[in-house]
Design a protein. Structure first.
Ligand SMILES: NC(=O)NCCC[C@H](N)C(=O)O
Length: 414
């Protein structure tokens, strides 16, 4: 790939460019009734969430990272050409089961009548049923009866969009554009698809290792780039073993990829630990954070190391010790595994719930974390890590931390 627009060969190389989404009106469209379906445990106070997010973004900029916003990139990509905008709207509607009919036509007319910026903002925040005037005689059974019709939205809001880690994942000179697990998040990666295909900064400059047009699931919170040839991928609530196998095959066979080892790590399937990065992150060349709750009482877990064999197939080894496995694949003689909340029976799960394990490395040994996880932050400092704390009362209500809120697009190579 000539002039790649993405360069991510580690979890810890100095962060130079990162993709974000500032929380917007989509947060105001969460209600107690829709909260669970929208994957929130509470309703954040938007003004404060925005202040906190601005503080996060400012911390990244102060430390040398360029911040790009996915909605801005989408506006630029969809403004390239009227046909791109039309194609995007058609696909967005068809993925919401408005393939044809009066509601489809009214929504299409409404959305394409907006400026591209208004349209993008609107799609993130959602379109309410009462915003559009659909005459009763034109309503279909789908508009009137049960199911979806009981929702106040024709197009649901996308309140999880500020977790930019998940709809895609940068790996080497490319990315995966993800088929996400829950309906509430699936539209998010359509924005990525159009940005990568039509934005002048990215079009023709990224390898797409796997696109979103698959039935099997994967999310970026499960995809960790441990080195320029080793990936860790969570087998989780959100990422299936079938996807991991297919992605591994693609990475092992593509001439643009240097990856030759995939460490598939099985984690519990639940909302507190929905992705690998909610329980395990890399903070330095030989230092990691881990939430001990992912292991059994003997400290064991299921880990599968995938490598190419001599016949162009994939061979697999079963391991049970995370530290030993990492030492082996990363060729380290020693490794420092830092326990979230120091492994305390109360502090560790409390801080993990508010993303105490979800650190974002901005350079080797330098991380951004939520200030509320003060025990884990102190432990990190004791282990020699530089910690930049950001305010976090409202952002954490969406169950994601600094790593979840950021998609690195460029890191300096180590
Ligand atoms: N990488 C991450 O762990 N992202 C956090 C995503 C939280 C969001 N509410 C979700 O359930 O998808």
């Amino acid at each position: 790939m000539k002039d790649p627009a993405i360069n991510v060969n580690s979890e810890i190389g100095k962060l130079k460019t990162v993709l974000l989404k500032r929380p917007g009106d989509e947060i105001e469209n969460i209600t107690p009734d829709s909260m669970e379906e929208l994957l929130f445990d509470d309703i954040p106070y938007l003004k404060m969430a925005q202040k906190e997010h601005d503080c996060f973004a400012e911390t990244l900029r102060e430390n040398g990272a360029e911040t790009l916003y996915i909605d801005e990139l989408a506006v630029e990509a969809l403004s390239q050409d009227e046909t791109v905008k039309q194609k995007f709207v058609e696909q967005y509607l068809s993925e919401h089961n408005y393939g044809e009919g009066v509601t489809h036509d009214i929504l299409r007319e409404y959305l394409t009548g907006l400026t591209v910026r208004e349209m993008v903002t609107k799609l993130y925040s959602g379109v309410r049923r009462n915003e559009l005037d659909i005459p009763l005689k034109d309503k279909t059974l789908h508009d009137l009866a049960g199911g979806d019709a009981s929702s106040p939205f024709l197009l649901n809001p996308l309140p999880n969009a500020y977790f930019t880690r998940d709809p895609q994942a940068s790996i080497g000179s490319g990315l995966t554009i993800n088929h996400m697990t829950f309906k509430a998040r699936r539209p998010e990666s359509l924005f990525t698809e159009f940005v990568m295909a039509h934005h002048p900064r990215f079009a023709g400059h990224v390898n797409v290792w796997r696109d979103r047009n698959h039935d099997t699931r994967i999310e970026g919170g499960d995809e960790l780039v441990l080195s320029d040839h080793v990936l860790a991928i969570g087998i989780s609530e959100r990422t299936s073993s079938r996807t991991i196998e297919a992605l591994t095959k693609e990475l092992f066979t593509s001439s643009d990829s240097k990856f030759d080892t995939v460490v598939a790590v099985e984690i519990p399937h639940n909302h507190a630990m929905m992705h690998l990065d909610t329980v395990f992150t890399m903070v330095n060349r030989d230092q990691f954070t881990v939430f001990p709750g992912i292991m059994d009482d003997a400290g064991k877990m299921n880990i599968f190391v995938l490598t190419p064999d001599d016949n162009g197939k994939i061979k697999m080894e079963h391991h049970t010790d995370l530290t030993e496995t990492l030492k082996q694949v990363l060729h380290l003689s020693e490794l420092d595994m830092i326990l979230t909340g120091e492994g305390d029976a109360i502090v560790a799960p409390r801080e993990q719930w508010n993303d105490g394990s979800n650190t974002l490395a901005i350079a080797p040994g330098e991380v951004v974390t939520y200030n509320r996880n003060y025990v884990s932050n102190e432990i990190l400092r004791k282990h020699g890590i530089t910690v930049h704390e950001v305010i976090s009362s409202e952002l954490s209500r969406g169950r994601g931390g600094p790593r979840c809120m950021s998609q690195p697009l460029w890191r300096e190579d180590l």
